[in-house]
Design a protein around this ligand. Structure first.
Ligand SMILES: Cc1cc2nc3c(=O)[nH]c(=O)nc-3n(C[C@H](O)[C@H](O)[C@H](O)COP(=O)(O)OP(=O)(O)OC[C@H]3O[C@@H](n4cnc5c(N)ncnc54)[C@H](O)[C@@H]3O)c2cc1C
Length: 368
């Protein structure tokens, strides 16, 4: 006999928690099912922790819109809730004259996305801001920052619980079915059970497609295949050399190996991008060091490779392939025709930045 609940959210990453919070604040009874023994152990804790301005994404797309809206909401929320963050700025650098025109193209895309605070500065001006930085020109982004992703998730969980929501750990979703007006979700683990929900939101990250395919009655035509695109980091021992984040010019499928730092002053380089790693492979390949050094030393010529140590790795949940630009796929009943189901696929970067806007977007879809 299935137990009745109003809303099930599958997955307790930063997006699942933000969606669950928004739904609970809108008055719904929410349970979040997470297969691991803690929240946020997957992509949400394996990223750069950057609050993105919303510069690169295709104008009019969901990533562009929800990043810009989410960034504003995130700064306000982090300020109100005391979530540790820093508006540290970023420089996007052209390291040769040939690259300089691309900065103007980046600025034009940013403007189309409503990001109109980018300033084009000379290499000399950039070096005055960040001694030791080499570039011939740069775009300065004043609204880029960094945030403690774990503290953010803790705050989202606190709001969810204050609004009556529940997080159930060690609760893997193993299948389900569309059953009339409701959706039944089978939960495995030590205490298997079946929940019958009016609304199911699938926020399973890298596994969202597998979860959707395990729910009988959802139209497979609206379940995109997720491809993991692995990215790894090296950490830098010693004082962080730059206070702003430093990014090379981006490609369609990645922002390039960049320099970031955390609020404690630990600098890191990454992520790179690999399409051949199996799902769930978080190993760090030390043989990729030379490639990191070659790309980063274009803007940081005095980088000492001996100070780089293997860091960590994450996987981007993509619905596109190498060299292709993707978008978030947030598919509600109007898109796929199944009542009571909202699927979140390809929630790659800037999902951390956009999480609050994604939560509000899903809550609006749920209202119909
Ligand atoms: C290398 C890298 C760098 C990035 N850098 C940034 C950045 O600087 N800024 C930014 O804004 N974004 C960044 N992102 C993107 C951001 O990290 C993601 O968009 C975001 O974390 C996705 O959150 P999520 O909740 O969808 O996924 P996840 O955090 O992966 O959460 C999904 C959850 O679902 C659970 N789950 C899976 N299957 C089941 C099941 N069957 N039953 C129950 N639970 C299940 C998982 O255990 C997991 O906890 C980066 C991503 C990567 C990979």
């Amino acid at each position: 006999m299935a137990e009745r609940v109003d809303t099930v959210v599958i997955g307790a990453g930063v997006i699942g928690l933000a969606v669950a919070r928004a739904l609970a604040l809108s008055g719904r009874e929410v349970i979040v099912l997470e297969k691991h023994d803690a929240f946020g152990t997957q992509t949400s804790s394996r990223n750069s922790e950057v609050i993105h301005a919303g510069i690169y994404y295709r104008p009019g797309g969901l990533r562009a819109r929800l990043c810009v809206e989410g960034r504003k909401k995130l700064y306000a929320y982090a300020g109100e809730r005391g979530v540790s963050h820093l508006n540290c700025e970023k420089l996007i650098v052209a390291t040769s004259e040939a690259e300089t025109p691309k900065l103007s193209a980046v600025r034009a895309t940013a403007r189309a996305n409503g990001v109109d605070d980018l300033a084009l500065i000379s290499g000399a001006a950039a070096a005055r801001l960040e001694p030791g930085l080499h570039c011939v020109a740069a775009l300065r982004s004043p609204s880029t920052g960094i945030i403690d992703s774990h503290a953010l998730m803790l705050a989202l969980l606190g709001d969810l619980e204050n609004a009556g929501g529940v997080l159930s750990l060690l609760s893997p979703v193993v299948g389900g079915r569309v059953a009339g007006e409701a959706i039944e979700i089978d939960v495995g683990g030590d205490a298997p059970m079946t929940l019958s929900a009016n609304l199911v939101v699938n926020s399973g990250g890298l596994y969202a497609d597998q979860i959707a395919r395990s729910i009988a009655g959802l139209d497979p035509a609206f379940i995109p295949a997720i491809r993991p695109a692995k990215g790894q980091y090296f950490t830098y021992s010693g004082r962080a050399p730059f206070s702003r984040l430093i990014y090379p010019l981006h490609t369609a499928d990645s922002q390039g190996v960049h320099y970031t730092r955390d609020q404690g002053g630990q600098a890191r380089l990454g992520p790179d991008i690999r399409w051949d790693a199996p799902l769930g492979d978080y190993s760090v390949d030390e043989t990729r060091l030379d490639g990191f050094v070659a790309s980063v030393s274009r803007f940081w010529p005095t980088l000492d490779p001996a100070r780089l140590n293997p860091g960590y790795a994450g996987q981007r949940p993509k619905a596109t392939g190498p060299g292709e630009e993707g978008d978030f796929l947030i598919l509600g009943p109007k898109a796929h025709g199944s009542r009571g189901y909202i699927g979140l696929y390809a929630m790659e970067s800037p999902g951390l930045t956009a999480c609050l806007a994604i939560g509000d977007h899903v809550a609006a879809l749920a209202r119909g």
